[in-house]
Design a binder for this molecule. Sequence first.
Ligand code: KIV
Length: 271
Amino acid sequence: MSVHKEIKRVTSHTLQWMKQQEEKISMLTAYDYSMARIFDDAGIDVLLVGDSASNVMAGHETTLPITLDQMIYHASSVIRAIKRCMVVVDLPFGSYQGNSKEALSSAIRIMKETGAHAIKLEGGEEVLESIKRIISAGVPVMGHLGLTPQSINKFGTYSVRAKEEAEAEALVHNAQLLEAAGCFSIVLEKIPAELGRRVAETLRIPIIGIGAGMHVDGQVLVMHDMLGITKDFSPRFLRRYLNLYDQIKEATEQYINDVKAGDFPNEKEQY
Ligand code: KIV
């Protein structure tokens, strides 16, 4: 049975239930009111206010520069738009790696100042203490393993992760630790599909993939990639549903031509 349209409000419990019912979970990133409103109206299950805002909204090369204040601004805008979906907000780089007290106060700022429903953070064993502390304060936590963009300077590349046996075993171990710590879900980014299947089958909590294959419990994409606003980013896992870069460019060129030609506004478009 599909809960897609029936559920009035998606929570972490709904996602758990969807996994049990084998209903796939749909998730997209969102960073502003207008887009979040369209996605929620379309019936998306989860919106992630991702720190990818650093790339697609602010034009930085990595996710590292975005601040907690900037994440709070984006998350507040998204929250004002939604009626049904669950909103998860990324803890940005530098707001939780120091110690668990810092991690908790960053999570609390997000929950208090935005009204979001959960936070997401990257890493396994190394951030476990922080995860436990945040969860014990009543804040739901989504984990993130595999390619973790906040650690790009450590790994040096955005290539597929955990292709080797040792790294795959470490990933499964970390996923089990996150589940045992109380995470309600985990994002797996850019790993072999068979490893995605293994984690999704081993764990009880929902596993959401981005480049983690078809066997996980749900999928997430960055909205700018899915809508074809970004042009130069074409990983194998990406499916583009629109080509908005070209469509918006054409519309803009048409508008410029109309203004220059004195064709806009016409008589009906003035007072
Ligand atoms: O910030 C983000 O957009 C993300 C997704 C890639 C999962 O973390």
